[in-house]
Design a protein around this ligand. Structure first.
Ligand code: P6P
Length: 339
């Protein structure tokens, strides 16, 4: 009977959000409405990504269709769907997208109190070879409800109220935190619902995997080079770590969250701030890591304490198991103390 009850007691992401909302008596359900529109965008992208492989046959995104019309690339299409879904939710006031040079300000009757920073389809260069890709998002509350400005999204990550990602792979998994732990939901295509499959995710305190693009090794600074050397040739008699690098942040971070270990995108001599973007890659993934008991470091400070000055700013990032990030933090600390 317990198994039967379990099967029929469907904990959808919306129901889960409503339960969470119960923790905020003052809440009027705005966040739940915002989340349902983010979920709509994820369902659309999941469907389009799954068909992308058939693009040449049915002329989907990125190809010319049977009328010979140039179809939009999947990341552009996904961005349009997310922007329209977020604006039509009536709960947003400022949007920052990886695909839009300028921030989008929502005015008039559709303006709400949330600011959403998102990458609609991160890692989209991997679509053609079938590697998992994803949507990443982070959510701030507007500072002054009558006056939305860029300052509302140039806040430290510690001010984010929620963050998450949706990974489009062998299954479609949405991982979300609203500041009370991390939960994973898997899309059941037959229901069109995201069902709770990974309640209260906690990252192992130490891992056996390091994840970095070794091709950039000649450009790394000394602490990063030393850390990676220790992963490969440990001096304490422990076994070397395994290298796993997919090159799609959502996939690399999802594996790190579930299996433990560390994901690194360091600064290097070519790009002093690394490659990943603060508002819609570094902050959301750092928020999730901390909520799951891990941590996230920029090489100089706790990642969430960074105060961005422009919306597409980049930062180096070292995130994952608490113990593994501690090791690289101590290497940076000793470098700065010896100068
Ligand atoms: P590299 C994908 O292009 C992306 O933005 C992230 O998803 C991924 O982690 C990173 O870039 C990979 O970059 O330089 O290793 O190819």
């Amino acid at each position: 009977h317990a198994a039967e009850a379990q099967r029929t007691d469907l904990m959808t992401i919306t129901r889960h959000a409503l339960n969470e909302q119960g923790r905020h008596p003052e809440s009027r359900g705005d966040f739940t409405i915002l989340l349902s529109h983010i979920v709509l965008g994820c369902k659309f992208v999941a469907s389009a990504v799954n068909k992308a492989g058939l693009a040449k046959l049915i002329g989907l995104a990125g190809e010319t269709n049977i009328q010979g019309e140039e179809q939009k690339k999947l990341d552009v299409l996904s961005n349009e769907v997310f922007v329209k879904a977020l604006v039509s939710s009536g709960r947003t006031c400022v949007l920052v997208s990886e695909e839009n040079e300028e921030a989008i300000f929502v005015d008039g009757p559709l303006r709400g109190k949330y600011c959403v920073c998102f990458d609609p389809l991160d890692g989209s260069s991997n679509i053609d070879c079938g590697v998992s890709i994803g949507t990443i998002f982070g959510i701030y509350m507007i500072k002054d409800k009558d006056n939305a400005t860029l300052e509302d999204v140039l806040q430290p990550g510690t001010n984010m109220i929620a963050a998450g990602y949706c990974m489009y792979g062998s299954s479609c998994t949405l991982v979300l935190s609203t500041g009370n732990g991390v939960n994973g939901f898997t899309l059941d295509p037959s229901l069109g619902e995201f069902i709770l499959t990974h309640p209260n995710i906690k990252i192992p305190s130490k891992g056996k995997i390091y994840s970095v693009n070794e091709g950039n090794a000649r450009n790394w600074d000394a602490p990063t080079a030393k850390f990676v050397e220790k992963c490969k040739f440990p001096q304490d008699g422990s076994s070397p770590k395994s290298l796993r690098y997919i090159g799609s942040m959502v996939a690399d971070v999802h594996r790190t969250l579930l299996y433990g270990g560390i994901f690194l995108y360091p600064a290097d001599k070519k790009s002093l701030n690394g490659k990943l973007r603060v508002l819609y890659e570094v902050f959301p993934m750092s928020f999730l890591m901390e909520q799951a008991g891990g941590q996230s470091f920029t090489g100089k400070q706790r990642a969430l304490e960074l105060v961005p000055t422009e919306i597409h700013q980049r930062s180096p990032i070292f995130l994952g198991s608490y113990g593994d990030v501690e090791e690289i933090k101590s290497l940076y600390a000793s470098e700065s103390s010896t100068g």
